[in-house]
Design a protein around this ligand. Structure first.
Ligand code: GFP
Length: 821
């Protein structure tokens, strides 16, 4: 504890903060104010703020230990935390004091905060959800620990060169990470490869042991996750792989310098990179190893905690509720069985009881290709003992099925943990379902579709296991931190309890009809747009008009999310303006952002299409600045914090039945953007909550999509029968946006015309018509502002606090365990 900050948990004074900051500058960075770099200043401030959290962190751990509280362990291969500094200062309740202290030293807080390298340890929504959940768990004072991987290189840094995405290594650790503490003393050993052998133990019992080909060490790095203005600081524990013997002295002595460190290199490879590429086969083995590595580290860690507390391992499920964030950690089911049966000599039946009562599984996608499965041969090579365990689980499970559904052979093969339809695979979603006591989807529609399609056979088996928990996002980061102007306006109107209890945001509703409030609301939106416009200019060189409508689509680039549908609309508008230059359209700025998986060529081509259309439209004087198209590179949490508060219109236009939930849709709604969207994922519930007037609805429903597919869908009919669509596709196909190169976008357009798996052509007219309604509505500023306020006021359901309460009550059966002050 830094002496300048005092020895207790009372909040430091401004003077104390200044002294602590200068001390860290000298004693941690060894610099003075006069010669410190921006990074030195950031590091000193980060350490100062960390000091303010350490006492709470320590007390939280002691309190959990003393109370034997059941702890939620959130296992996730991704945690997209975003920058820590601002969020920690906010949650400490110190924002004004810290800003003032820094200003008194002649520095600017925002300037230092911008220096932080965001840990991009996730691809998109799934990883960001984990981060929101970990914030809510701490804010609700629920004992919890997040377990994941400390990737040395996070998701790539995206630049745009000649309109194409280029991936650059994300060296987020290059200046060190002030928010973590390494705990080498809690390292664990992880086995990989090799074979199994049987033996008879001292009591004469027949047992199996795993003789691995290699071992690596897992070293934990802990970060405090402070709740919002509470005495709880939970832990995010991320594992790094290290060689058990990093340096082979005899080999070095023989002169084989490379050989002496080869183990270090291969071991550390395990946690080098986050896989941004979920399409290709490359690196599959390493990916399986990564998953097993962090899951085994985490389970061994939990057992250590359990034993340390003096609790028997047979009561593991009473001490921990493990949530599997998608199938990436599903191997945990087999690993816990291995640890209990092989290492702690618990009998199979009892171990299975414990395991089933410990795990719960969240599914995040309906796309069949995203349901992980591992080639059996590969699995056996990496995890020979786990394959045996999975066979045993499967045999017992299929026996249950056999008895339940007499003579139904096809059901057996559909449910089996092993896919034997061609090359044999281990099905991870099946392992997760069988080994869990609860299974949930992430929005009502998604959970229904899971029961009906993807997991229908499991639903028939155990309907009572299924539940829905609609996603949510934390209002701390996504409003209080990223939209300070809206935050102070709202707090002036209804007090600031809404930050902690977001259901109270509904108290804002009456202000929708308050002319003074509405004028302030509108002015704030404009200020946020001016700020974003500045960033767009700085990062892309494109100047946009803050008085135009900001129409935004930011998310991973994927065909099912249909960024290219938005492009078809832009091209249609452009085409109309070219044919009738005096056409009256509301000036719009179309803002896109998002990363494409490096191996996903079609997604990368969509980025190229956006930037190419932008090049033409932005530079055509005939458009007279009424349309602007901007692709903001390297979409991230940091960028999102600027974008959501500045949006007028939120594009949520996936084909119905494809987006599990979406969470960007919620961030936009809370920040007062109106949605244009399909009946997909959480859009359905957003529309229900905010009211149909605040939601521009278009497109087929999921039912209609199924029906159309069953009837037989022929995209070319839509092309032939819709003159504008015809013209739009022809224009892109002709090379007009690609300097005459008619081949560039051909694969994209040809696919739309021939197979169109995401039915853009079906939804096109409905989308364009709906955009017409958006245009008409936007012209009445007062009406738009009223809808914008209502939208934010009715977004209370979409706080991740509500999601976490749902999980706590229905899935984990845990409650808050406040830490006394
Ligand atoms: C995935 C799903 C989204 C869902 C999130 C979190 O995220 O629909 O909202 O997980 O549950 F697709 P992305 O892969 O889209 O980022």
């Amino acid at each position: 504890m830094n002496a300048a900050l005092g020895r207790d948990r009372s909040l430091p004074t401004r003077e104390g903060l200044k002294r602590a900051f200068l001390d860290h500058l000298l004693y941690t960075q060894n610099k003075s104010l006069a010669i410190a770099s921006r990074n030195d200043l950031y590091q000193a401030l980060a350490h100062t703020i960390r000091d303010c959290m350490l006492r709470t962190w320590f007390d939280t751990a002691s309190s959990y230990k003393a109370k034997h509280s059941r702890m939620v362990a959130y296992l996730s291969a991704e945690f997209l935390m975003g920058p820590y500094l601002g969020n920690n200062v906010l949650n400490l309740g110190l924002m004004d004091e810290v800003k003032a202290a820094i200003a008194e030293l002649g520095l600017d807080f925002d300037d230092l905060a911008n220096q932080e390298e965001e840990p991009g340890l996730g691809n998109g929504g799934l990883g960001r959800l984990a981060a929101c959940f970990i914030d809510s768990l701490a804010s609700l004072e629920i004992p919890a620990i997040g377990y994941g991987i400390r990737y040395e290189y996070g998701i790539f840094y995206q630049t745009i060169i000649d309109g194409w995405q280029v991936e650059n290594t994300d060296k987020w650790l290059r200046y060190g990470n002030p928010w973590e503490i390494q705990h080498a003393e809690w390292s664990v050993e992880i086995k990989l490869g090799g074979r199994t052998e049987t033996y008879t133990d001292d009591a004469g019992k027949f047992r199996v042991r795993w003789v691995p080909e290699k071992t690596v060490a897992g070293v934990p790095f802990d970060s405090p996750i402070l709740g919002y203005r509470v005495n709880t600081a939970n832990t995010l524990r991320l594992w790094r792989a290290e060689a058990t013997e990093a340096f082979d002295f005899p080999t070095f002595n023989r002169g084989d310098y490379l050989g002496a460190v080869s183990k270090k290199v291969t071991s550390e490879n395990l946690t080098k990179v986050l896989y941004p590429n979920d399409e290709s086969d490359q690196g599959k083995e390493l990916r399986l190893e990564q998953q097993y590595f962090f899951v085994s580290c985490s389970l061994q860690d939990m057992l250590r905690i359990q034993i340390n507390r003096g609790q028997p391992v047979t009561e593991f499920h009473l001490a921990f509720a493990i949530q599997l964030n998608d199938t990436h950690p599903a191997i945990g089911v087999a690993e816990l069985m291995r640890l209990l049966v092989d290492e702690h000599q618990i009998v199979w039946e009892q171990a299975w009881d414990v395991t089933r009562q410990t795990f719960a599984y969240t599914n995040h996608t309906l796309l069949p290709e995203a349901l992980e499965r591992w080639p059996l041969k590969l699995f056996e090579r990496v995890l020979p003992r786990h394959l045996e365990i999975i066979y045993e689980i499967n045999a017992r499970f299929l026996n249950e099925v056999r008895i339940r559904f007499l003579g139904d052979e096809s059901r057996l093969s559909r449910l089996s943990l092993i896919d034997e339809s061609g090359e044999r695979y281990v099905r991870m979603a099946h392992l997760a379902c069988v080994g869990s006591s609860a299974i949930n989807g992430v929005a009502e529609l998604h959970s229904e579709l899971l029961k009906r399609d993807v997991l229908a056979d499991f639903y028939a088996m155990w309907p009572e296991k299924f539940t829905n928990v609609t996603n949510g996002v934390t209002p701390r980061r996504w409003i209080a931190l990223s939209n300070p102007r809206q935050t102070s306006l709202v707090s002036r109107a209804i007090g600031n309890d809404w930050i902690k209890d977001f259901s109270r945001i509904k108290e804002l509703e009456p202000f929708a009809d308050d002319a003074g409030f509405a004028a302030d609301w509108q002015a704030i939106k404009r200020d946020n747009k001016i700020e974003l416009a500045g960033q767009l200019l700085q990062r892309t060189g494109i100047r946009v008009d803050p008085d135009s409508m900001f129409d935004v689509q930011v998310k991973r680039i994927h065909e099912y999310k249909r960024q290219h549908l938005a492009v078809l609309h832009i091209v249609a508008l452009y085409h109309r303006l070219k044919s009738d230059p005096n056409l009256d359209v509301v000036p719009r700025t179309f803002i896109f952002g998002g990363k494409a998986a490096p191996g996903y060529h079609r997604a990368k081509l969509i980025i190229k299409l956006i930037t190419s259309v932008g090049d033409v439209v932005n530079n055509d004087p005939a458009v007279r600045d009424r349309l602007k198209v901007v692709f903001l590179p390297n979409f991230s949490v940091t960028r999102g914090q600027r974008i959501y508060p500045a949006a007028d219109l939120s594009e949520q236009i996936s084909l119905a039945g494809k987006e599990a939930s979406g969470t960007g849709n919620m961030k936009f709604a809370m920040n007062g953007a109106l949605t244009i969207g399909t009946m997909d994922g959480a859009n359905v519930e957003i529309r229900e909550e905010v009211g149909a007037d605040q939601f521009f609805l278009f497109g087929l429903t999921a039912e209609e999509v199924y029906a159309l597919r069953a009837r037989g869908y022929s995209p070319s009919d839509y092309y032939r029968n819709n003159a504008e669509l015809h013209a739009v596709l022809d224009l892109i196909r002709s090379g007009f946006f690609s300097r005459g190169d008619a081949n560039l976008f051909a694969p994209l357009i040809d696919e739309l015309m021939h197979t169109d798996p995401y039915m853009l052509l079906v939804d096109y007219q409905s989308y364009v018509d709906c955009q017409g309604e958006v245009d008409r509505t936007y012209r009445d500023t007062q009406d738009w502002t009223r809808r914008s306020i209502l939208n934010a006021a009715r977004s209370g359901k979409f706080s991740s606090d509500r999601s976490i309460r749902d999980y706590a009550e229905r899935v984990w059966k845990v409650g808050p365990a406040p830490v006394s002050s």
